[in-house]
Design a protein around this ligand. Structure first.
Ligand code: ADP
Ligand code: MG
Length: 704
């Protein structure tokens, strides 16, 4: 029998959260700290000293021996360096445990080994981490013992952002300022703060660890680079929302408990569409916390899998031909007094504030579709987007029937006079209650869908941080709000101006709205006619970061300066090239050392059989001969493809870092990888399973 867990008791037990602070800190200190957290007031060193001391005492009670500034450099992962609390031994040989305010608010890891995309060359190697006191510190327990983790931002010596958190916090300030200004103009005098709320749903795969360890591709790249489809894929839809098997259920239970202790609101779990694929969603939170929590979720998913003899795959497309994994980023704007600015109410046509905000977002997404697309680009996601399961690489907005209808009224007549109602859902069974139906059905094929009172951005890859897309969403929305604010401040008749803006934005940006099937070929063509950008691969998206339009946007709100944008673009090109290079080298290694030798062994067995069986009078060896012929043909094709791949990979390695090199990997190396994969996958089907040097797709996804 598994242990019985009292969720309310363990929730947040390892977090230095508000109630712990209120309980442990002197009243005056607590108040000062709250001012910093809520109003962004600067924290004095004196106060920081007291907070640090209490934080340390609390952490030591939880068993902590070390602390770390926990940050998110541009590797997409989190980084940390552990320092113990001990001080130099005294004369009596004893040590004290200490932690100062200075150590709490500022750290200084050597920045030189983190990607900086040129910022480092022109500036200094020094990097600083600064405490983000709006995201609570926590104690993490693992093999290293217990460690106090302090969420921090990471900047260069000259203040350039080297991480995900710094620009995210800047973008939160931008949207807060412009949204509040807009609310005031609309007559709201009470709200004091507007914060983006985000709930990030996380998809992942679980595979058996022993099998994982037999696949060099999974070990080195996180995805399979070879693999024939098993006889059964996901066509039966028998996994989606299916009963969670006991091994997985035990895993999910432990994941939840670990997350709850860390204050992460793990809420929903279920099997996903592909075999061995699952999902976890927390309850939404302020965006910087949601981003931190998503990092914690990814780490806990991996750590607990290991304990259960499994490996958690966070790659966007671990298996070709089977659904990949994404991260649905649910985004809305919430005031400190609890108003969701994306709540349409029952009669959206009467809700002027909502219509204004909605049309502002339409405009923002239309103008900066390329940036939003870029924010979801990573190497793994290239394999997923545009497949028959994930949103296409074209950005569009799904509004649903009800809002679409309101929008059409606005565009044609200038005013909306009615909203379509949901009505009752009749099941036709008397014993079932009649349900009130939503006014709009769901749409699973849209990259950016309005889902009741939030937008769901579905393009983000499962491995990626959700910071980038939220930086873009916050800033592009702030930009349109700013434009509206300026117009409203100048307008003689504000109500009339609001009315005009709604109509104008709705009419001018309706091309971004698409309510149909985003997976269809027709949509691709229609989108082209509408002039919407279609950026199929990561390399295609990177230039969006440094267009004059993007530089103006981000500099205006001090989210990124030009140097920071250019450095980010450079890092993207570099990381693309590095990732494809590792994949190509892994394929070369597997083909040379494992696959080709195995096929040669098998063809030898066939040849021996043809000889020995054939030597018996009247025996038919046509089957062996036919298989041998096929195998040797594919073997030759594979060897030729291998030679080609080796050649182009060597050429790429010699090229200088930058866009040309990334393009070469995409246009030349990548297709060469596919040419090697094809004959190898054919061979996998032909060769004796006992002789194939690695577990098959079937072994990996159906036998967890
Ligand atoms: P669905 O199943 O339709 O995608 P859920 O209700 O399961 O929607 O929510 C998915 C995610 O969206 C969860 O993380 C949830 O907390 C989050 N979410 C719900 N409401 C909001 C909101 N107003 N703003 C941001 N995220 C939200
Ligand atoms: Mg969802």
């Amino acid at each position: 029998m598994s242990e019985y867990v009292k969720v309310a008791e363990i929730f947040g037990q390892d977090v230095f959260n508000d109630s712990v602070m209120e309980e442990r800190l002197p009243k005056k200190v607590y108040k000062e700290l709250k001012k910093t957290i809520e109003e962004g007031k600067e924290l004095s060193l004196e106060i920081a000293d007291v907070v640090a001391h209490e934080m340390k005492e609390w952490a030591i009670e939880k068993g902590a021996t070390h602390y770390t500034h926990w940050f998110q450099p541009l590797t997409g992962l989190t980084a940390e360096k552990h320092d113990s609390f001990i001080t130099a031994p005294k004369e009596n040989g004893k040590v004290l445990m200490s932690f100062s305010g200075k150590e709490l608010i500022k750290g200084e890891p050597d920045a030189s080994s983190f990607p900086s995309g040129g910022l480092r060359a022109t500036f200094e190697a020094r990097g600083y981490t600064a405490w983000d006191c709006t995201s609570p510190a926590f104690v993490r327990h693992d093999a290293a013992g217990a460690i106090l983790c302090i969420p921090t931002a990471f900047c260069s010596y000259t203040g350039e952002a080297l991480d995900q958190k710094t620009p995210l916090l800047r973008s939160m300030e931008a949207i807060n300022k412009e949204a509040l200004r807009l609310l005031r103009l609309l007559g709201n005098t009470t709200s004091k703060k507007v914060t983006p709320s985000v709930g990030a749903e996380q998809e992942y795969f679980l595979v058996d660890k022993a099998k994982y360890l037999q696949r060099k591709d999974l070990i080195y790249t996180g995805r399979t680079l070879f693999g024939a489809m098993p006889p059964k894929g996901q066509e039966m839809d028998d996994h989606y929302f299916g009963v969670v098997r006991q091994r997985i259920a035990g895993y999910m239970k432990e994941v939840n408990e670990e997350l709850w202790k860390l204050g992460v609101t793990a809420k929903t779990q279920h099997n996903e569409a592909a075999p061995a694929q699952h999902e976890l969603a927390p309850i939404y939170a302020p965006v910087n916390i949601a981003v931190d929590h998503n990092q914690i979720i990814m780490r806990v998913l991996k750590k607990v899998a290991s304990r259960h003899g499994m490996k958690c795959l966070l790659h966007e497309k671990p298996f070709q031909g089977i659904n990949g994994s994404g991260k649905h980023n649910n985004w809305s704007l919430t005031t400190d007094d609890g108003i969701n600015l994306l709540e349409p109410g029952k009669t959206p046509h009467e809700n002027i504030q909502f219509l204004l905000i909605l049309t502002c977002i339409l405009k923002a997404v239309d103008i900066h579709a390329d940036l939003l697309r870029e924010s979801a680009a990573d190497v793994g996601n290239d394999q997923r987007l545009g497949g028959n399961e994930a949103p296409p690489a074209i950005i569009s907005v799904f509004l649903g029937e009800q809002l679409q209808d309101v929008l059409e009224q606005l565009i044609t007549t200038g005013t909306a006079t009615r909203s379509k109602k949901g009505g009752k859902l009749e099941t036709g069974v008397r014993t079932l209650p009649d349900l009130v139906k939503d006014a709009t059905d769901r749409n699973r094929t849209s990259p950016f869908a309005f889902t009741g009172n939030k937008f769901e951005f579905r393009m983000v890859g499962s491995r990626d941080s959700v910071a980038a897309c939220n930086i873009v969403l916050n800033t592009i929305t702030a930009e349109v709000f700013q434009e509206v604010n300026e117009r409203l401040e100048k307008a003689e008749d504000r109500d009339l101006e609001i009315h005009d803006i709604i109509k104008e934005f709705a009419a001018e940006h309706q091309r971004i709205v698409f309510n149909g099937n985003g997976y269809s070929k027709e949509w691709e063509e229609e989108a082209k006619r509408r002039g919407l950008p279609n950026l199929p691969t990561m390399v295609d998206t990177i230039p969006a970061l440094t267009t004059p339009k993007a530089v103006k946007l981000f500099e205006n709100f001090k989210v990124f300066n030009r140097a920071e944008l250019e450095s980010r673009a450079e890092i993207q090109y570099e990381s693309y090239a590095k990732a494809v290079n590792i994949e190509a080298r892994t394929m070369i290694n597997m083909a040379t050392k494992q696959i080709i030798p195995a096929v040669i062994r098998y063809t030898t067995v066939l040849a021996d059989s043809i000889h020995s069986v054939g030597s018996i009078e009247g025996m038919d060896v046509s089957v062996q001969t036919e298989i041998l012929k096929k195998c040797t043909d594919y073997l030759r094709e594979a060897k030729e493809a291998l030679n080609d791949l080796t050649e182009v990979t060597d050429i790429a390695a010699e090229m200088e870092d930058g866009r040309d090199r990334a393009v070469y990997y995409q246009k030349t190396v990548f297709p060469a990888m596919n040419r090697l994969r094809r004959p190898v996958d054919e061979l996998e089907i032909l060769v004796d399973k006992k002789m194939w040097p690695m577990p098959s797709y079937g072994d990996l996804i159906f036998e967890v």
